[in-house]
Design a protein around this ligand. Structure first.
Ligand SMILES: [Zn+2]
Length: 324
């Protein structure tokens, strides 16, 4: 017969053992599959994460000083190099499944290239996508079009502005580019050319509606043909900004701060100023490739410049009262 003391000791040992076993569980260190769903009128919007990449934003931003960038990041509990989201957006209009930007694929290192995996986790297949809209032809937006040189989206028409096509898919521009920039041209060509060859690439010229409810709006500067996409269902509007902004903490208060990736930073600053003013005035939703995932929210004016108000988390996209 065990005494009361041995019974208690046995119990204590059990509790201690359980605690020790818990502490020794290997850490998982991964996020849930990177997708976030919401509705815009009758359209279903799925934000897709391609992952994050650490950017030395203190060295990359223009029209400012490293000290100002460090101080502003510190005020926002951030530091450089800064974990920077790369987001794409999938829009199910009911008639079309439209993907805006495709992530980096294999072009930007191992922390990116997860968009297709997350698209699948969100309940769709690459073959379901029938339209792909490219904001601009930088590698972190077009790399996901291909995998090992093969087309990833077999049933999609890929659209981008003709200005970006003429700039990035031009062999003469590649030859004339300095060594540091050649990779951008090569990345664009490797990603787009398979679709050009298969007849799936169809550039557009100037602002226009591409499928009912989704229109291209030119906002050049970051690249010659950099385009925003306006998504409209009923009275609800979402403007997808592409690379109109890279470092939220620094550029919302001061939209005149630019980034070295801009082909024409003066023009990029003008496009940003116009888009920010428009978003603040109209109060529509915005979504952007490099805002912290899911990168959806609203803009309001602040003491200095603007403030971004991220979307309030929704556990489901149905009616919150009935769950349907
Ligand atoms: Zn980008």
């Amino acid at each position: 017969m065990p005494t009361m003391l041995t019974r208690i000791t046995g119990l204590t040992a059990g509790v201690l053992f359980a605690a020790a076993a818990q502490a020794e569980a290997p850490m998982v260190k991964e996020q849930a599959p990177g997708y976030y769903r919401t509705m815009l009128g009758s359209f279903e919007i799925t934000a897709l994460s391609d992952g994050t990449v650490k950017l030395p934003v203190d060295k990359l931003l223009l029209n400012t000083t490293e000290e100002h960038v460090h101080n502003t990041l510190a005020d926002n509990f951030l530091s450089a190099p800064l974990d920077t989201s790369v987001n794409g957006y999938l829009i199910n209009t009911g008639n079309h499944l439209v993907l805006v930007d495709t992530g980096a694929g294999s072009l930007f290192g191992p922390t990116l290239g997860k968009l297709v995996e997350h698209l699948k986790a969100s309940g769709y297949e690459p073959a379901d996508v029938d339209e792909i809209y490219i904001t601009h032809m930088h590698p972190d937006h077009v790399g996901g079009l291909i995998s090992d040189g093969e087309i990833v989206f077999p049933n999609a028409i890929v659209r981008a502005s003709v200005e970006d096509q003429n700039f990035w898919l031009n062999e003469d521009n590649l030859k004339a580019a300095d060594e540091g920039s050649k990779g951008f041209f090569k990345g664009a060509m490797a990603s787009l050319n398979p679709y050009v060859e298969s007849g799936q690439f169809k550039p557009f010229d100037k602002d226009q509606e591409l499928v009912p409810g989704i229109s291209a709006v030119s906002a050049s500067g970051h690249t010659p043909g950099h385009s925003l996409y306006k998504v409209k269902s009923g009275d609800n509007t979402l403007m997808l900004w592409g690379d109109l902004i890279h470092v939220a903490a620094v550029q919302f208060p001061q939209p005149d701060i630019a980034i070295q990736f801009d082909v024409n930073s003066e023009q990029a600053v003008e496009s940003r100023a116009q888009a920010f003013a428009d978003a603040q005035e109209t109060g529509y939703w915005v979504g952007s490739a490099h805002l912290s995932f899911p990168g959806l929210g609203h803009l309001k004016s602040a003491d200095q410049g603007y403030e971004f108000i991220p979307a309030n988390y929704q556990g489901g996209v149905g009616d919150t009262e009935t769950g349907k």
